[in-house]
Design a protein around this ligand. Structure first.
Ligand code: ZN
Ligand code: ZN
Length: 141
């Protein structure tokens, strides 16, 4: 055990202090800057919860150029059906659409502002709709 100049014992590491903190919830914190949920993965290292959930879902590690988009815009809603895997560049352009296009298109199903102009549906609902169309089309063949 180390002592400081006054002869008091020096606390070992930050982890111990955190566990005694009443706001400590098993290493799950909300990053004030980004709004993302971060999970302690040992020591002082953190990983965003949505990446952990997507990796568990895909049963593989995410590649550095892969990003996760929160479909409803709520970065704390890390349910798998709210998470969309996309490339970093697609994700960046998706979030910067608002600045180039003054009027975003609302999905007629869920109301998110990432709908396509043509279909007025977000990717998720357009896919569902398309699968429905495709399914019924097949039945008539
Ligand atoms: Zn996003
Ligand atoms: Zn939608």
């Amino acid at each position: 055990m180390e002592r400081d100049k006054q002869g008091r014992f020096v606390k070992g590491h930050n982890g111990l202090k955190m566990e005694k903190n009443p706001t400590w919830k098993g290493g799950r914190i909300i990053d004030k800057g980004s709004g993302y949920v971060r999970i302690a993965i040992g020591g002082k290292r953190y990983k965003t919860e949505h990446r952990i959930i997507m990796e568990q879902h895909l049963v593989r590690k995410l590649k550095p150029d892969e990003d996760i988009h929160h479909i409803d815009g709520n970065r704390q809603n890390n349910k798998i059906d709210n998470l969309q895997l996309m490339s970093k560049s697609d994700h960046t352009s998706l979030h910067h659409k608002g600045s180039t296009k003054p009027k975003p298109y609302k999905c007629k199903v869920c109301g998110v502002l990432t709908a396509s102009k043509k279909h007025k549906m977000c990717r998720k609902h357009y896919k569902q709709w398309w699968q429905k169309q495709n399914g019924s089309y097949k039945k008539f063949m």
